[in-house]
Each structure stands twice: as C-alpha cells, then as structure tokens.
Ligand binder design. Sequence first.
Ligand SMILES: Nc1ncnc2c1ncn2[C@@H]1O[C@H](COP(=O)(O)OP(=O)(O)OP(=O)(O)O)[C@@H](O)[C@H]1O
Length: 318
Amino acid sequence: MEPMIRVENLRKQYKQGARPAVDGVSFEVGKGEFFAFLGPNGAGKTTTISILTTTLSKTDGEVMIAGYDVEKEASKVRRNVGIIFQNPSLDLDLTAEENIRLHVSIYGVYAYRPFYSMMPAAYKQRIEELSQVVGIHENLFKKVKGFSGGMRRKLEIMRSLMHNPQILFLDEPTQGLDASARQSLWTYLQKIRKEENMTIFLTTHYLEEAEEADRVCMITQGKVAILGTPDEIKHKLLGDKTMLLRGEDEAALKEELDAMRATYTEENGSLKVVYSDKTPQHLLSQLHTPLTRLDIHQPTLEEAYLRLVEQSERGVSL
Ligand SMILES: Nc1ncnc2c1ncn2[C@@H]1O[C@H](COP(=O)(O)OP(=O)(O)OP(=O)(O)O)[C@@H](O)[C@H]1O
C-alpha cells in the first residue's frame, strides 16, 4: 500500500543559505499514523513541512502526499491535507462559523452563501459534528475577537478538517497555549484522529506531546539523525531501562533475579536491574522478597532529545 507521506532524498537549498536547510531527508508515514518530526531551532522542520504542504518548492528529491506528487499535483495534495501553522490566521471580526464558511468557499469545498441558513445540509452537518468534537459548539456564532488562544486553535483545527483531509499537518500547534489548553487540544486531536483514521504529522518543541507518537523522526542540521518508535529512540540514545531495588534479604533477592535471568549490577548497596517491558510491573510482580527500596526511572523523549542534541553539538554520529 502506498504510504500517506513518502519523502525521498529531499533537499532544500535557500538562495542565501550557506548550506542546505534540508539535506537528503527520507522517511515514510503510513495511514492513520501519528508521526512526530522533531529537532532543534533551525534544523529544517518548517522548511520540510512547507514543502510537504506545497507552500515551498524543493531543490531536489521526491515528495508524494496521499499518492500525489507535491509539485506536479499540488492542488490534489492540498485537497487531501489540513494544515495548522504556528501563527493563527483568523479574521477576528467574523464569527467562528463565518471564518469557516469563508475558508471552505475559498478552497472550493462549498459555494459561498451570505447566510449560514443558506448553506447546504452537508456543510451544516459537518459544522455540527466537528464543533462538538473540538468543543466550541456553544461559540460557533460568536465573534472570534472574544475567543481565548485555546479556542482560536480549536477553531483553526476545526476549519482545517472541514474538507475531510486524510493528513493533518501541525506545525507547533500548541505554541503559546497554557498547559491546560494544550492538554485539552490534544484530547480532541486524538479523538478526531481515531474517529477519522487520520494521519498526523507534528512538529513541536514540547517533547511530551511526542511521547504518544507511533514514530518519531529527529533531525539535526537538515539530516535525519534518528527515526523510530519513542521506545526504540530512548533505548538507542539512553540505553537500557533500569530500576534500583534493595531487598530485606539481599541474597534471596539476587537468587530470585538470577532465576528469572534478569540483568543487574550492584550500585551503592542497591541492585540496578534492567527491565525491557514498557513498565517494570511484570518483573516486579514475580518477586517475593520484600523490598526496602524501589526507584523506577522511566526515561522520557525529552532526555533522549537532549542527549541527541548534545551528541550532535559534539559531532558524534549515531
Ligand atoms: N527564507 C530563507 N532563506 C534563507 N535561509 C532560510 C530561510 N528560511 C529558513 N532558512 C534557514 O534554513 C534553516 C532551517 O530553517 P527552518 O525554519 O526550516 O528550521 P526549523 O527546524 O523549523 O526551526 P525552528 O524550530 O526555529 O522553527 C535555518 O538555518 C534557517 O536559518
């Protein structure tokens, strides 16, 4: 099956750039996949996402979106994608619904009618459906001027979904939102993603937003540095997952760990035990020796990312 996004050897050299902003990037994203694209400032994320969404031309390479070539079939690509950029682009003097009506008519999804009541039933139904999902149903007919930052983002997301896109591109969608607005936005995005089996392509500087991604691609200086599931990336950059245990009876605890062929080392009177499942629960549930210490360290994507950036600054290649 053709992937939803296929990028092969993508390169972008800006006229004034000393080196290519994107330098031979390749990856594929499948249908319904949640793909996070991460990297430090200036790594080439916005350049890549702009090429993938047809707003910037590439220098070299091949990019297929929903089976269409970004350059030869740009309008078909646009019909299949929804885009949310860093800076909101709403008309504050219009109501939420008017903003959407204008957008869908510009994009040729529905012909423009001067009143909501005159719009086709399919449009009204989609508005009803989506406004419930993103939680702005009560405010549909109010001016955007009075909306909070979180509500404006929800409206943008709703607007970008009106034409049933197969892929949603989100370029730092929660920039400038407070923690609770960020969380509620993600709840809605995940809900929409499940309901519509939509592919999500995300760039973000909030690493915890990428923890739930199916796969993560980290780029540095225009090149893919690492690509894999969050667990694979953490393992590759941070090594084994471990916990510190101390038993009431150390010999008995070691015996139990040996019996289950667990890997461990001794560290300041505790045992540093490696676990490979998502959580150490399975391993712990098999121990009978009472524990006097249990310290579990769950590595985060943020730690993995910081390690990568530090290695890239030192010129270490993976
Ligand atoms: N129009 C342009 N002309 C010349 N160079 C550019 C242009 N736009 C971006 N660049 C350069 O290309 C590189 C990649 O920039 P890009 O904006 O894609 O990075 P980014 O990963 O999105 O960064 P950020 O996290 O800061 O948004 C940077 O070195 C940047 O200075």
